[in-house]
Design a protein around this ligand. Structure first.
Ligand code: AMP
Ligand code: MG
Length: 317
């Protein structure tokens, strides 16, 4: 059975090479010492994560990034980090040779982030090192945004959980890679493209599909067990009495569905409650979940990306 621990115990467990689930401003992570290979292997084993899927390194501040990556001194990169750290932006840079291959999946590139959540920051300060902390869900499932989600995902494990309440963001970090003048978006997320453009001198471009063959970008991910159909608003009426519907405000009327949830019509508000709503609906065991397709456009890019993957027809293992 997973159990709740306090900050002191969490830091002591991490120092002893154990895994601790921690809150961040995006989602909960499964944290382990980023320099301890045995501890990191436990993270992969617990999540059922393929070993070829690299891990994001969580740091106390931008100065610590110099120990992990080259290129942090580039003026455009320095300015980017100064603007967005602490915060939900992950930056992929050439890795220092000392970074464990398990962290980079042997790619020679390391993903770095300085979380903003006060408990994550306090833990990093107390621990005194760097933590890998992939989202604390079982691999492929919906990310957890509160301690109860984490506890539910690991019923058979003695997993320590640092409870920070609900995550304020609710959607994973945006992952970017500086490539010459260009800032490549590897995963849309909490920081939107319009905001990034204001703080990067060159082009800010979505990566070509397949530019980075890492499993985190596999087509099915973030997915409930209930089959998800992503449809236009006019097709929500196809939901039958055994189906659930996830709509965008205002609430549709006249539906025959077993459950109707209506989420806010702004991407930030929607993202905050999306995973909790998906998990709740999934637990109810509906026949299908009909999800209203979000509006086109960059502001909804991260949400659309998560919903498309949740709706991918490939079956969960
Ligand atoms: P999460 O499980 O939410 O922490 O997401 C981790 C994801 O970050 C991975 O699945 C990759 O897509 C991405 N990532 C982590 N490390 C790297 C890296 N070194 N290079 C490129 N992408 C990375
Ligand atoms: Mg994840």
């Amino acid at each position: 059975m997973a159990r709740i621990v306090d900050l002191d115990e969490a830091a002591a467990l991490l120092a002893a090479g154990a895994v601790v689930a921690i809150p961040t401003e995006t989602v909960y992570g499964l944290a382990a010492d980023a320099t301890n290979e045995a501890a990191l292997r436990q993270v992969f084993a617990l999540k059922g994560r393929p070993l070829g899927n690299p891990l994001i390194v969580h740091l106390p501040d931008a100065i610590a990034a110099q120990d992990w990556a080259n290129g942090t001194g580039d003026p455009a990169v320095t300015a980017l980090l100064a603007r967005f750290w602490p915060g939900p932006l992950t930056v992929v840079l050439p890795a220092r040779p000392t970074v464990l291959p398990l962290v980079t999946a042997g790619s020679g590139q390391v993903a770095l982030r300085v979380p903003a959540h006060p408990l994550a920051r306090a833990l990093l300060a107390r621990f005194g090192g760097a933590l890998c902390a992939p989202s604390a869900n079982r691999s492929g499932y919906v990310s957890p945004t509160c301690a109860a989600h984490v506890l539910a995902d690991y019923p058979d494990h003695d997993l320590a959980v640092l409870d920070g309440g609900d995550c304020p963001g609710g959607i994973e970090s945006t992952i970017v890679r500086p490539l010459g003048d260009t800032l490549q978006i590897l995963r849309p997320g909490a920081v939107d493209l319009a905001t990034l453009r204001g703080h990067w001198p060159g082009p800010v471009l979505a990566a070509e599909p397949g530019a980075l063959p890492v499993p985190g970008s596999s087509p099915r991910h973030y997915a409930p067990r209930t089959p998800v159909l992503l449809v236009g608003r006019d097709r929500l009426a196809e939901a039958g009495p055994t189906d659930a519907v996830l709509a965008i405000a205002p609430a549709p009327t006249g539906l025959d569905a077993a459950d109707l949830r209506t989420l806010p019509a702004d991407p930030a508000g929607y993202g905050q409650v999306l995973y909790a709503t998906l998990r709740e609906l999934d637990r109810a065991g509906h026949g299908r979940l009909l999800v209203q397709r979000p509006p086109a456009g960059e502001a909804w890019l991260a949400i659309a990306n998560r919903l498309e993957r949740a709706a991918h027809p490939e079956r969960l293992p």
